[in-house]
Design a protein. Structure first.
Ligand code: DC
Length: 228
C-alpha cells in the first residue's frame, strides 16, 4: 500500500505521516529530508546555488539514507548523522532552492520511487510531488494544508523546542518565501492532485486529522480487497 501526503511546509505532513506509518506498519519516507540533505551538502561545500551542474553532481554523488522507525527516523549524509542539522531555516531554504533543479529532482525522485516500490508492506511518503509525480497511482492521496499563520506558529514552536533561535515573524517570512518558490518552480511545482483528499489542518487537532486520514485509508483497503 502506498500513501501519498503532499502539502506546504508546516501543515503537519510529517507528524501525520509518521502516525499513519506506525499504525499501519508501513515504511515512512520523509522526501523533504532528502532535499534538505542535498541542501546541507551544497552549503557545506560552499558551492554556488546557481551552479546547477555542480549542485546536481552533489545530489548524484552523496549517499542519503533514512534509517529507523518512523517516530525517530535518522537522516544520514554519507554515513554522517545530520538529522538535527537539516532542520534549520537556512537548510530549509537551501532545500527549496536545490529542489528547483530538474536534474536534482530526477535523481531524488528515482531514489524515492525505488525505496517505496521495494518496501515490504508499503510506504507512507510525505513531500510536494508524491501524488502527482512519484506515485500517481497511490492507494490513498492526501493534500494537507493550513493558513500560513498557523503553519508558522507550529514551526516556530518546534524551533523553540529544538533551541533554534528565531522569531515568529522570521518564521512566517521564511514559510512564505519557501511556499512561493515551491509553488512557482517550473519542474513539479506543489499542486493538488485531482484525486487527493484535501484537509485544512488550521483549526483541527492532530487526532481529528489522523482519524479522517485513517478512514480514507480503510475505504481504500476495503475497495482493494473487493477487487482482488
Ligand atoms: O518538507 P520539507 O519542508 O522538509 O521540504 C524541504 C524543501 O524540499 C521544500 O521547500 C521543497 C522541497 N521538496 C520538494 O521539492 N519535493 C519533495 N517531495 C519534498 C520536498
Amino acid at each position: 500500500m502506498i500513501i501519498a501526503i503532499d502539502g506546504p511546509s508546516g501543515a503537519g505532513k510529517s507528524t501525520l505521516g509518521k502516525m499513519l506509518a506506525k499504525e499501519l506498519g508501513l515504511l515512512y519516507l520523509d522526501t523533504g529530508a532528502m532535499y534538505r540533505a542535498v541542501g546541507l551538502a551544497v552549503l557545506e561545500k560552499g558551492i554556488n546555488f546557481d551552479d546547477n551542474e555542480k549542485v546536481s553532481e552533489i545530489a548524484a554523488d552523496t549517499n542519503i539514507e533514512l534509517v529507523g522507525e518512523p517516530e525517530n527516523q535518522k537522516v544520514f549524509l554519507d554515513e554522517r548523522d545530520v538529522s538535527a542539522e537539516i532542520r534549520t531555516n537556512a537548510v530549509g531554504q537551501a532545500a527549496s532552492i536545490v529542489s528547483t533543479i530538474s536534474q536534482v529532482r530526477k535523481i531524488l525522485v528515482e531514489h524515492q520511487r525505488t525505496l517505496g516500490e521495494n518496501s515490504e508492506k508499503g510506504c507512507v511518503l510525505d513531500g510536494r510531488d508524491i501524488g502527482t509525480i512519484i506515485f500517481p497511482n497511490a492507494d490513498a492521496k492526501f493534500f494537507l494544508t493550513a493558513k500560513p499563520e498557523a503553519r508558522a506558529r507550529r514551526r516556530y514552536e518546534e524551533d523553540l523546542n529544538k533551541a533554534h533561535i528565531t522569531t515568529y515573524k522570521e518564521t512566517l517570512a521564511e514559510i512564505n518565501l519557501r511556499d512561493k518558490r515551491d509553488v512557482s518552480r517550473a519542474d513539479s511545482p506543489l499542486t493538488i492532485s485531482e484525486d487527493a483528499v484535501v484537509i485544512d489542518t488550521s483549526e483541527l487537532d492532530l487526532r481529528e486529522v489522523f482519524e479522517q486520514m485513517m478512514s480514507v485509508v480503510r475505504e481504500s483497503q476495503n475497495a482493494k480487497s473487493k477487487t482482488t
